[in-house]
Design a protein around this ligand. Sequence first.
Ligand SMILES: [Zn+2]
Length: 337
Amino acid sequence: MASEAWPADALEEVPQCPYCGGTDRTLALGGVQDWAFGCAPGLWSYWSCSQCHALVLHPRPTKASIGQAYTRYYTHGGDQRVSPLGRLKQRMRNEHWSQMFDTSITPRLGLPRGLGWCVTWLKPWIAEPFGLRQWAQLPKGLLIDVGCGNGDKLKLAGHLGWQARGIELDASAVQAAQAQGLQVEQGGYELLARYQGQADCLVCSHVLEHVHQPLHLLALLLAALKPGGVLLLSAPNASSHLRRHYGENWRGLEAPRHLAIPDATWLRDWIQGQGFACTQVPSHPLETAIESERMRRRALTTEPADVQAAKAVLHSMAPATLAEQDVVQLVCQRAKP
Ligand SMILES: [Zn+2]
């Protein structure tokens, strides 16, 4: 893989930062390869935008060729087998969240309300997925997940009473979602243009960094919300504390699929500048630290030693400020008239 180059005629220059339009930049990381999935050829460089601090892949694959970087990508529609222990853990998590938000997320243990304490002690060990709290607490209506994969979040949102729809580019992921009875359309994020002013909630999780024109995606997302509607947006953060530690091995890079990685503070300020109220929610860095350890070994599967090493790294670091979160997670609400 490393010995192969990305075809030169399928590369394009990126003269301006895709976020702020700035042209002044410095080389941040050179010689980066696809250590995340080991499927895309090429050696890549990420540049740090002097104006907005985004990490910009330059040169980058053209829109017409980027699909070649997604062969052997996530197996969206693939093996859904879960071990008996995994199933028990899932039921305990769902029971915990059902009790916490006074709802019912299945499959669960089915404990009566008074026995909620049996699972609430698990709280420190169960990372709450970003968005769950908002889905449980916001008034229900139309929810659209842009880049929904095989629809796990749609299923959860449906359980919580949302009319959940998905948009997904990957045909096998769309098939897997539709086979479960979920409403998913195949296509790019441009399909959002049909929903102008209609969505009560939008989910856009780890899509922004994959697209050639992130500002176009952001504009379509913000325009698709109803007044009072909420966008749940997440992406790797160019100013992550883990990026500083792991450098070229940082999981957030994922060359050449991650084309432009925003800076958390800049992204929040930009969305606020469009008239949206924006709150940042802290992320849980353990999973990406484990993945970064795995990439540091140039391996494609994690081992228990990666978990131990990642925990030791996080233990040795000062807690990340909001500006340094590994993943930027924003709750953006469109103003009511
Ligand atoms: Zn910039």
